[in-house]
Design a protein around this ligand. Structure first.
Ligand code: SF4
Ligand code: SF4
Length: 383
């Protein structure tokens, strides 16, 4: 089990500062020692869609550019890529790279991936037996996972482990929500993906994260650091700590601990204290909190009361009708067809909904929210 996490305090996307950061958290601990002359290295960034870096939805291009520079200086042939949600086409990739500012990486000799071909591969993991993957990943000698710290409607936290969902071609992602509707299974699917594509290096852009209606329509929030580790699992534990998110609410962390991949924050080895970085009023979504409350009553009474409590307390997608532009993207992306349109506004069938929050993630104007009712807000003291 990897317990080492390296943190560098950095509050702006400045190339010189990022170079210093990488000297401290990558070069000194030997995290780039795997790179050999002529090696093909793929950087799997978070490119959730065509978002300007100021939106804090994607891995910041300056961090990726400087990393490319370090890798290329060591003789690597570097390709950057991801599969944004929705259609996986060259045109969509082109506009997403441009929007996210990743074209700057070409200035230092890195390539942006435009291969949209995919393969189905057999794997024998805990929940995943066959896997659809973007071919460019299979062609690399080594992979780097470079995520962005964000709140997430379904998983509470989008950081290192969640980032590997991008290996699944965008158009097939809803199918994976359909296959793994249970949140624990979905988390285990993500862990399986991290096992299949065991990244040599994992980094998190937590200079400016996203709070609130993440992972695409939340609010940028200064966190002030870059994190690195040779494994994704301890990174998520430290990320949760940074945004004061109880790890019991993060399915990927609780399942990673069960699978012996990481441990609690106090048992990790971090190069320096992060006490001064922890944000006590970070706006987290807490999708798992309702499950915690739902197990409060034991025995026969619990059987009756717990489901009612869970239903009341569960965080659900809810449309803000005034903000909705009636584009129907939520209805088209919903993996279980729980959304129908009436008078150009979405209606959600609560009995069908599996709370995957794809509708929230892909709403282009942030009209679909991860909604907590007042009781949840009071109980969790969240905003
Ligand atoms: S309504 Fe939204 S959260 Fe519910 S299943 Fe459909 S896409 Fe997922
Ligand atoms: S995706 Fe958003 S804007 Fe489009 S119909 Fe759904 S809620 Fe409305």
């Amino acid at each position: 089990m990897e317990k080492n996490v390296y943190v560098y305090k950095c509050n702006k996307y400045d190339e010189a500062l990022v170079e210093l950061a990488y000297q401290e958290i990558l070069v000194k601990p030997g995290l780039l020692d795997f790179v050999k002359e002529g090696m093909k290295v793929g950087i799997k960034v978070n490119l959730v869609g065509n978002f300007n870096p100021d939106k804090a939805a994607t891995t910041h291009p300056i961090l990726v550019k400087v990393l490319c520079k370090f890798l290329i200086e060591r003789g690597a042939i570097v390709t950057i890529g991801d599969s944004p949600g929705g259609l996986f086409t060259e045109g969509i990739l082109r506009s997403a790279y441009k929007g996210a500012g990743l074209s700057v990486c070409e200035e230092v000799g890195a390539k942006l991936n435009y291969d949209v071909s995919t393969s189905k591969i057999k794997v024998d993991k805990q929940v995943v037996k066959t896997l659809d993957v973007s071919n460019w990943l299979l062609e690399q000698d080594a992979l780097i996972n470079f995520s962005k710290l964000k709140s997430h409607g379904m998983m509470a936290l989008s950081a290192s482990v969640k980032n590997m969902f991008g290996i699944v071609p965008g158009v097939l992602k809803p199918e994976y929500h359909y296959r793994y509707p249970n949140h624990d299974d979905f988390a285990n699917m993500l862990i399986d993906l991290n096992e299949v594509f065991e990244c040599k290096l994992n980094l998190v852009d937590a200079v400016i994260g996203m709070e609130g209606n993440g992972p695409t329509q939340g609010t940028p929030r200064l966190i002030g650091c870059i994190l690195a580790s040779s494994a994704p699992y301890p990174l998520d534990v430290v990320c949760a700590k940074l945004i004061d998110l109880n790890i019991d609410n993060v399915y990927t962390i609780t399942e990673s601990i069960k699978r012996g991949k990481t441990t609690t924050f106090d048992e990790l080895i971090i190069n320096e204290s992060i006490d001064d970085l922890i944000i006590k009023d970070y706006k987290n979504i807490l999708p798992g909190k309702s499950m915690e409350f739902s197990e409060k009553f034991k025995g026969p009474i619990g059987k009756i009361i717990n489901p009612i409590i869970a239903k009341v307390l569960t965080v659900k997608p809810k449309v803000k009708k005034k903000e909705c532009i009636g584009c129907k993207k939520c209805a088209n992306i919903c993996p279980v067809n729980a959304i129908t349109m009436k008078d150009k506004k979405p209606i959600i069938n609560r009995d069908k909904c599996i709370r995957c929050f794809c509708c929230q993630e892909f709403c282009p104007v942030g009209a679909m929210k991860a909604h907590k009712n007042l009781i949840v807000k009071v109980l969790t003291k969240s905003k």
